[in-house]
Write a protein that binds this ligand. Structure first.
Ligand code: ANZ
Ligand code: ZN
Length: 816
């Protein structure tokens, strides 16, 4: 029968669905695997990145199912967010309708790929039932001090009318619409992720070898723990007067060993000393303008710009040398790190060096390399070395000096050892409609009050006008007006909604909870204890920092609130590479996309899945290749065609290996080599390409012989190995040939690996003279005889003094 992908795929998708074959079992005594591919945003259609992501996860899930595990492999949609609102503005369609129509369509697309998702636990994060528990977490976190409200400077996009995270500002422009971003002082809600800074860092240790090391490094740098000295610079008398008595400011340094090299200090433009100067109007117009110019840039933008700043007309006193040191404002000093001020050591810090070079400030060397000279034409010398020009500390090493100088500051009571984190609390307020409402209420009498738990969820009103200007919730007075849960007087609802990262920070735990309890509780203890944590999490490297960090934070916060038990959400992480075409990432804007629906229509889902998993290891980039797609299709045709060489049976044939001829033995060897590879591939390396190659080789080897039993055994095994990758055809053939009895553990038959013959080198006085092929069942004296025969001409007329046989390697003859 010709390969009819279309009908085979339809047929099996229906059978799987009707039998509920992919639903997890409630039997918690079975060994479990929780396999999760990152859930999609319902943008409307799936793209090749999705196909890759879900093909990888599906292969792993199906393999574990075959091996007898109870498998949870759920799917859902990350369905709040801006695109729905943009669609509403553009097409005059309600975000909810747009979103749920997209979800329906995308489910059909995912189904057409034959993905083995559990459907009982399908969810969309915009479902009110999801919002309900999310709002409960919000309130519990708020009550525990893990969420707080504060005013701060935020990135604001005028066009999208919303706050942007620093990572969403690119080159001073909004990542989404390209509009200029401005800095604005606004109230908002913050998650105290810094509370877990140390634990988030420490637990990365346990993920070594289980998460890609690149991701671990990125997280470590993002958390950015560093320890050093914090101390104050005192202003000189004149400056103090100018500042209405402000007497000092603090700095943080990780290099106290360089303190004798300080030639200026620098403040962030937001620093209160700078504010004071502006307030008092003592700065020249130029200086003030420069400060305001920099203030309006996002912190990210300032980091990539050329070093810039101005002298503020102030001086401080060096705490060890009593020198007068000028105070500058500089664009490279971050307001929100350390104390927003630095001691600048141009000789030993690159940023300080650039700044000093630009403004002609002193460069004082105080560290010298251990065994050489440093030429400052090369820039700053930033390594450790030996101190010079450093008073009592001269001639000691940087390492020692750091400790000694901190001790001196502590002893004199003018500074202390501190630890700083780069990690910042996470601002979650968004001024948009299509998000989970923040369940807080503003009461004139009581202030900020959480909504009552029994009133949750606070749902979105349907009657809104979405124009793109302002937050529609803010203008919806019917919705906004409410009563204070505390005192009962008229109050106003918070109209900010949550950043969508909030939803994706806990969906994996929701999936792990028995859906029969979803109505009653956020998580069902028994099922969550059983299923969590995720055994294999699969997704794009672009989520290496934010999503994964937020999810780790949530896991810990929900643990401390008593909802969950594990410390970490994802035991193993697999980051997939991008799908490229003509060398660049497939994207609509580049016009180089390949539509998965088209490929499925033309070749079928199995071809698409086989190509994707064969073309590259999952961790690497994958270059789209039409002829390789064609090749995958041809292989499936051949596989289908070769099934006619097999016998129909319910059991794997028992073959007497020793009775087989050379070709038959070779075919079995290839088949069992593939089988031996499978476990490692599906559970550790995910190098599906190598397994597929081994199956292809097996099929070729089977083709070289005609033994029906060997064919049948080979097919039994190959279909088993490929089922996770090409489930439709594998099930079809397995159904026709084996009653689908071949999916399960298969014993490896060691006899196929036993070699009949082996090759030995024959050496004379250590010199290689020939090579012989011998039967493995010969005894030593027979082997020696064969060896001697093979080198007859070399030992003619010689006396053999010694005959040495090194098992399975060589025969050496010592002659005279
Ligand atoms: C003097 C010095 C000399 C420094 C030297 C470095 C090298 P990490 O390791 O990232 O924690 N710094 C402190 N607060 C800052 C702020 N708010 N904005 C920008 N830079 C700031 O970096 C700590 C170092 O970054 C500190 O050590 C300080 O410069 C600078 F040869 O102090 B250092
Ligand atoms: Zn009140």
């Amino acid at each position: 029968m010709a390969y009819d992908a279309k009908n085979i795929e339809k047929k099996w998708q229906k059978i799987w669905q009707e039998n509920g074959e992919f639903e997890p079992k409630d039997n918690y005594n079975l060994p479990k695997k929780y396999i999760l591919s990152m859930f999609p945003y319902p943008s409307g259609r799936i793209h090749m990145g999705h196909v890759r992501n879900y093909s990888i996860g599906d292969a792993i899930a199906r393999y574990y199912r075959q091996q007898g595990f109870n498998v949870l492999h759920p799917i859902g949609f990350d369905s709040f967010g801006m695109p729905a609102e943009n669609a509403a503005i553009k097409h005059k369609i309600h975000p909810r309708i747009w979103t749920y129509e997209n979800i329906d369509y995308m489910i059909k697309e995912l189904d057409s790929l034959g993905l083995s998702f559990s459907k009982k636990r399908l969810l969309a994060t915009s479902d009110p039932l999801y919002t309900k528990w999310e709002q409960e977490f919000f309130i519990k976190m708020y009550e525990k001090g893990l969420i707080y409200r504060k005013n701060s400077i935020v990135n604001w996009c005028e066009n999208d009318q919303t706050v942007l995270a620093n990572e969403q500002v690119e080159d001073g422009k909004c990542w989404r619409c390209g509009h200029e971003v401005v800095q604005r002082d606004m109230p908002g809600y913050y998650l105290k992720i810094t509370h877990y800074g140390d634990e988030l860092l420490k637990d990365l240790e346990n993920l070594k070898g289980k998460w890609p090391s690149q991701v671990l490094t990125m997280q470590e740098n993002w958390i950015g723990k560093s320890s050093g000295l914090e101390f104050s610079f005192k202003f000189d008398e004149k400056s103090k007067e100018l500042l209405d008595g402000i007497s000092h400011f603090k700095v943080f340094t990780t290099r106290p060993d360089t303190i004798y090299g300080v030639s200026y200090t620098a403040l962030a433009p937001e620093h209160n000393v700078v504010k004071k100067l502006i307030e008092k109007g003592v700065l020249s117009k130029d200086v003030e303008e420069k400060i305001k110019f920099i203030l309006n840039q996002s912190p990210r933008e300032r980091q990539i710009k050329e070093k810039d700043g101005v002298f503020l007309g102030l001086y401080v006193i060096h705490p060890l040398t009593n020198e007068k040191i000028p105070v500058w404002m500089a664009n490279f000093v971050l307001a929100e790190y350390g104390s927003g001020a630095v001691m600048a050591v141009p000789a030993h810090d690159e940023r300080d060096f650039e700044f000093a070079s630009k403004f002609n400030l002193d460069i004082k060397q105080v560290i010298k390399p251990k065994n050489s000279q440093w030429d400052f034409k090369n820039g700053a010398f930033i390594d450790d070395g030996i101190l010079i020009n450093s008073g009592d500390f001269s001639e000691i090493s940087s390492y020692e000096a750091r400790d000694n100088i901190i001790s001196k500051f502590e002893k004199d009571g003018i500074g202390k050892r501190v630890v700083n984190f780069k990690l910042r609390d996470w601002g979650v307020s968004r001024q948009r409609y299509w998000g989970a409402p923040i369940p807080m209420i503003h009461c004139q009498k009581c202030g900020l009050v959480p909504e009552r738990i029994e009133n949750l969820p606070v749902t979105l009103p349907d009657d809104v006008e979405i124009t793109g200007e302002g937050n529609p919730l803010d203008k919806n007075l019917d919705w906004k007006t409410c009563t204070c849960p505390k005192c009962g007087s008229h109050a106003k609802r918070e109209s900010d909604t949550l950043d969508t990262f909030f939803e994706s920070s806990w969906y994996f735990a929701r999936f792990a909870s028995d859906e029969k309890t979803w109505q009653d509780r956020a998580f069902d203890e028994k099922s969550v204890d059983y299923w969590m944590s995720v055994d294999e999490y699969i997704g794009g490297i672009e989520h290496a920092i934010l999503h994964l960090l937020y999810a780790r934070f949530f896991q810990k916060a929900l643990r401390d609130l008593g909802y969950l038990k594990d410390d970490e959400p994802f035991s193993n992480l697999l980051t997939q590479g991008m799908v490229l075409k003509d060398g660049s990432k497939m994207s609509k804007s580049k016009g180089n996309t390949v539509d998965p629906d088209e490929i499925i229509k033309k070749y079928g889902a199995d071809t698409a899945r086989l190509f994707i998993l064969f073309a590259a290891p999952p961790q690497k980039e994958l270059e789209w290749n039409d002829s390789a797609v064609e090749g995958a299709y041809k292989f499936l045709n051949r596989l289908n065609d070769r099934s006619k060489s097999c016998i129909k049976t319910d059991t794997i044939p028992l073959i007497k290996h020793e009775n087989l001829n050379k070709e038959e033995k070779y075919a079995r060897l290839k088949v069992y080599e593939a089988l031996q590879k499978a476990n490692e591939v599906y559970t550790k390396t995910f190098a599906f390409n190598t397994l597929i190659a081994a199956c292809m080789e097996s099929l070729n080897a089977l083709n070289l012989q005609e033994n029906q039993e060997v064919w049948t055994e080979g097919f039994w095994i190959i279909l088993n190995l490929l089922e996770p990758i090409i489930p439709h055809l594998a099930n079809e053939l397995s159904h026709n040939l084996f009653n689908r009895k071949n999916f399960g553990k298969i014993d490896v038959r060691s006899e196929v690996f036993v070699k009949d013959t082996l090759n030995l080198a024959v050496t004379i006085n250590g010199k290689r003279r020939s090579e012989i092929e011998i039967q493995t069942n010969l005894d030593d004296s027979e082997i020696l005889n064969l060896a001697k025969k093979s080198v007859a001409k070399w030992i003619e007329n010689k006396t053999i003094i010694k005959e040495i046989y090194i098992k399975e390697k060589l025969v050496n003859l010592v002659v005279k």
